[in-house]
Design a protein around this ligand. Structure first.
Ligand code: PBG
Length: 317
């Protein structure tokens, strides 16, 4: 008889034949930095995750660097919001200042990424400029270009384009190149779906969205569309392509077709669901979170953006 169980029999042999090994260097920690807070503020729907302050940010960066993480992804939470998201392009804005602080604290030990999108900064909560009740794609691209240059001047290593506007990668690449920021990399949110799983994130960044993002984020039922987005992002010059949320069939398909590194964003709702079940004692928290990260890597992701990055890195030691 052929006995596959032979290779499952002991911890030693399981370890020897394991195909997928997660390494801290491939994990990226999202970090929220809020303006006007005197101390970190807990995010109710994401137990264990906080809005940090500019003062506490260096400690977080230090922890991320000592844990050997590959990077951090910064999100700014401003006090004031307006129709065009002016705060996003303010050289003194919360995201810009967070980048400066993080880059200094990181001192080259990890990659500092910043979200490049307007939704944290707009009073209507959309990822772009709204005209006649609709998100105006091309007017938004101009804002993204300005934002990219402001973030690059602040020293960001990589910008994460999460707005799902057409042409965003090409527009931002052009603006960065024109200003001489040839080495500022672009992580494209290539396949980003309109899902309820971003719910807790919207609390995390105090998002003011009333409607939904269905005119720009992808339909959950589609996968072909992700391949089209992949082709476009690659042609426009994305350095890394990302799938969000962790829809693993899409990760696997993108990983097969991409010739640049593939990231996956394990989003706030995925975090919240697992934490909620674990808090009830219904699942083993540590084991489940490691399994979910391993699943992302097994599907083909080179990089996993996850709120468990620090803890997972500790567990992997
Ligand atoms: C948009 C953005 C979102 C997330 C990351 N960037 C929210 C959205 O598209 O509504 C969600 C991340 C998460 O849920 O963890 N700037």
């Amino acid at each position: 008889m052929i006995r596959p169980r032979r290779l499952r029999a002991t911890d030693a042999v399981r370890r020897l034949v394991r195909e997928t090994r997660v390494h801290p260097a491939q994990l990226v920690l999202p970090v929220f930095v809020a303006e006007g807070l005197s101390a970190p503020r807990a995010i109710t729907s994401m137990p264990g995750v906080y809005q940090q302050t500019l003062q506490t940010l260096p400690e977080v960066i230090e922890a991320a660097a000592s844990a050997g993480l590959g990077g951090v992804m910064l999100f700014g939470v401003p006090i004031a919001k307006d129709a065009i998201g002016s705060g996003a392009t303010d050289p003194q804005g919360i995201l810009t200042r967070s980048v400066q602080v993080a880059v200094k604290a990181a001192a080259g030990r990890l990659v500092v990424m910043a979200d490049l999108c307007l939704d944290e900064f707009t009073d209507h909560g959309h990822c772009g400029v709204v005209r006649d009740g609709e998100v105006d794609n091309d007017a938004t691209l101009v804002r993204y270009q300005d934002m990219a240059v402001v973030l690059a001047r602040a020293g960001v290593d990589m910008v994460g384009l999460s707005g799902m506007m057409d042409g965003q990668v090409g527009a931002v690449r052009q603006a960065l190149d024109a200003e001489g920021f040839l080495n500022t990399a672009i992580l494209g949110y290539t396949a980003k779906y309109a899902t309820a799983l971003y719910g807790p994130f919207r609390e995390a960044v105090d998002n003011s969205l009333k409607g939904n993002r269905r005119t720009y984020q992808q339909d959950v039922g589609n996968s072909r569309e992700s391949m089209r987005e992949l082709r476009l992002d690659l042609a426009e010059g994305a350095d890394i392509v990302m799938v969000k949320p962790a829809f693993l069939d899409i990760v696997a398909a993108v990983a097969q077709a991409s010739d640049v590194p593939v990231a996956v964003y394990q989003v706030s709702g995925e975090y919240a669901m697992l934490e909620a079940a674990a808090a009830q004692g219904w699942i083993d928290r540590e084991q489940t979170l490691m399994e979910s990260i391993t699943g992302c890597v097994r599907a083909g992701a080179d990089i996993v953006v996850t709120y468990w990055a620090l803890e997972a890195a500790e567990m992997l030691r």
